[in-house]
Design a protein around this ligand. Structure first.
Ligand code: RIB
Ligand code: CA
Length: 308
């Protein structure tokens, strides 16, 4: 079986945690390294959490810390949903391992150089590290096969009526990414809000013999409850979607489109402006916009990852 060489950039984060647990279980993926960025919680916490997650899944992935916030605007956290520790009301033991000394963007570039043209970059948080890597290493775009992101949306927003958090937290960085020439697979809210676990699917995990399953159950409780209050059918496991797409694209529907980011608007800041449904089109189709998912297949893979 051909394995994809994979780099994960993340801000764990409850759904980041589920995504890393899923990624660790998929035989199609060879995770070379994990880089962390300030996002849901500050950099110090996302980095500690990435180390803890490697211990939880029994895969001591090297972890590389990146940016403590956007380059040109203040840091915006997500502790309102993910809690101060990033795992809701759950916690994991401190890792005995430490992050590598190399910065995230330097480590990402080294991995891309080692896998020229084949590296699959999965992003699960604000795109600050990726933008710094692109500004530092002009040859990076031709070294990366695809950037599969959880981020953006065609018509929705979860941080403002126009913008999804990962883009809104650092719109300038996201613009650098969409303008870079790297083929983007955008797993935005249209598809990630279909990637949910229902309460009746989630509840049995609390009594699982698997520590991963019990951790996921505890960590996702707060967000699940908030989602149910807001009319969602369950807990949307946003960040696991690009992971599952990489291994099983046959479980998705997607369309090519032009996508660029609003960085000036007062009401529209952080909107991924997409020409999928518009008469006026951008010059380029720089993005594959993912729109639908086989939720049952996704959930089966996630539950398998949690339970084994
Ligand atoms: O909008 C959802 C995204 O924001 C996810 O990556 C979640 O972890 C938060 O970072
Ligand atoms: Ca995230």
């Amino acid at each position: 079986m051909n394995k994809y060489p994979v780099w994960i950039d993340c801000d764990p984060g409850v759904d980041d945690a589920a995504a890393i647990i899923l990624a660790s279980s998929l035989k199609e993926l060879d995770i070379l390294g994990i880089s962390t960025v300030a996002g849901n919680v500050p950099l110090r916490t996302t980095t500690a959490n990435a180390l803890k997650l490697g211990d939880l899944v029994g895969q001591p992935y090297p972890v590389y810390a990146g940016a403590a916030g956007p380059v040109v605007r203040p840091y915006l956290d997500g502790t309102d949903f993910h809690g101060e520790g990033g795992f809701g009301t759950a916690s994991l033991p401190e890792s005995s391992r430490r992050a590598e000394p190399m910065k995230a963007w330097d480590a990402l570039y080294a991995a891309a150089k080692a896998h020229p043209g084949t590296l699959e970059l999965i992003t699960m948080g604000p795109l600050t590290n990726i933008a710094i890597a692109l500004e530092t290493y002009p040859d990076l775009p031709k070294l990366i096969h695809r950037l599969l992101m959880m981020g953006g949306s065609v018509t929705r927003g979860n941080r403002t009526p126009c913008a999804e958090y990962n883009i809104y937290a650092d719109p300038e960085a996201a613009q650098v990414v969409f303008r870079s020439g790297i083929p983007v697979v955008m797993c935005g809210l249209e598809v990630t809000e279909l990637a949910y676990i229902l309460p009746e699917e989630w509840e049995p995990l609390k009594d699982s013999p698997s520590e991963k399953a019990r951790f996921f159950h505890d960590a996702s409780r707060f967000i699940l409850e908030r989602n149910l209050e807001n009319g969602h059918p369950g807990f949307c496991i946003h960040d696991a979607v690009p992971v599952f797409y990489l291994a099983h694209p046959e479980c998705f529907k997607a369309e090519p489109a032009g996508v660029f980011v609003e960085t000036q608007g007062e009401l529209t800041l952080g909107k991924t402006v997409c020409d999928l449904y518009t008469d006026k089109q951008f010059e380029v189709k720089n993005t594959l916009v993912v729109l639908d998912i086989d939720r049952k297949a996704f959930l089966t893979a996630l539950l398998n990852a949690l339970e084994h």
